[in-house]
Design a protein around this ligand. Structure first.
Ligand code: MEV
Length: 337
């Protein structure tokens, strides 16, 4: 058996606009998906996921992932999650040149599905890593990221950027612009996450932004303005820690840019009432800035606050189901066993 884990992420800046070639800065957090894979002596794939949905699920099928039956797999998010696992299986079979390999796969995740914390990227990255290693092939993190991007892109019908998968594979704070992906140095940020218990459909939200952008020139300008926010934000994050910069002022300015970024995402129609309430609760509690993270529609917000105030305020905010402080995950995908 091979066990690998990969982290989830929050976006400091740039989701959605990154799909159109603008830069984005996601940041890996210490909430991980763990995938255990045992190679079988037939071509069956058996997937057990006890915490990807409320009741968990098990599904087994023979041969090609295209032949997987829908039976026993609840519709909606879990079906979507199975799409990512299927795509990871195909990528591992291809990487190891073992088209008929069968696997027993167990998925465990601390990252809620479809909530903007990169659950699908983390499951895909950890799944490809564990399955390829189990077949005797070890890929560098960048190659896992590339394969996970193709897997995610197939599930999202070509509408995906490399941001989520690259960040989960290499860890830390990263900067992604088109095919140019790299780690960046970022200061230790006091990240707080609020979760409304819900989820958004990434494919639908991305298509919604595309439709708006095609209809109105000013929506296309909005996407470009998000790119400008990212370019300003990354200069702030990257500034020399030895230089004479007031750290508190720097974090406050990053927060201002996050507020600006949230406003533009809201105007693109990807926020929701509960995301907006959590954003406002964080701001009113004194957070330096707050925005939705990921595709939106429901799920999580990210705020910056070194004090306990935002955490406490979010826990009392109607519509917020869970709030937690998120540590930066410096490790990306890693083998556990
Ligand atoms: C989803 O986590 C982030 C989006 O920008 C889509 C993508 O980059 O693939 C909305």
């Amino acid at each position: 058996m091979t066990v690998s884990s990969a982290p989830g992420k929050v976006y400091l800046f740039g989701e959605h606009a990154v799909v159109y070639g603008e830069p984005a800065v996601p940041c890996a957090i210490e909430r991980r998906a763990t995938v255990s894979v045992t190679v079988r002596d037939d071509d069956h794939v058996r997937v057990e996921a006890s915490d990807l949905s409320l009741d968990g699920f098990t599904v087994e099928y023979a041969g090609s992932t295209d032949d997987r039956p829908d039976v026993n797999v609840p519709a909606g998010l879990v079906e979507a999650a199975m799409g990512y696992i299927d795509a990871a299986v195909e990528q591992a079979r291809d990487a190891a040149d073992a088209p008929d390999a069968g696997f027993d796969i167990t998925v465990e995740s601390e990252i809620p599905l479809g909530a903007g914390l990169g659950s699908s990227a983390a499951v895909t990255v950890a799944g490809i890593d564990a399955a390829t290693r189990e077949l005797g092939t070890t890929l560098p993190a960048e190659a896992i990221a590339d394969r996970a991007y193709h897997a995610e892109s197939a599930v999202q019908k070509g509408e995906a950027s490399r941001a989520d998968t690259f960040c989960s594979a290499v860890g830390g704070a990263v900067r992604v612009e088109g095919d140019d992906c790299r780690r960046i140095d970022a200061p230790d940020l006091p990240i707080v996450v609020g979760f409304d218990g819900g989820a958004g459909d990434t494919g639908e939200l991305v298509s919604g932004v595309r439709a708006l952008k095609e209809r109105y020139g000013f929506a296309a300008d909005t996407v470009e303005a998000i790119g400008d926010i990212v370019r300003t934000g990354e200069r702030l994050l990257d500034s020399d820690p030895e230089a004479d910069v007031d750290e508190a002022a720097r974090i406050a300015e990053v927060g201002d840019l996050m507020n600006f970024n949230h406003g533009l995402l809201e105007s693109l129609g990807v926020s929701s009432r509960s995301l907006d309430s959590m954003v406002w609760a964080a701001r009113e509690a004194g957070a330096h800035g707050a925005k939705l993270t990921g595709a939106g529609g429901g799920g999580c917000i990210v705020a910056l606050d070194p004090t306990p105030e935002t955490l406490t305020a979010l826990r009392f905010t109607p519509g917020c189901e869970e709030a937690f402080r998120a540590e930066l995950a410096t490790d990306g995908v890693r083998r556990l066993e």
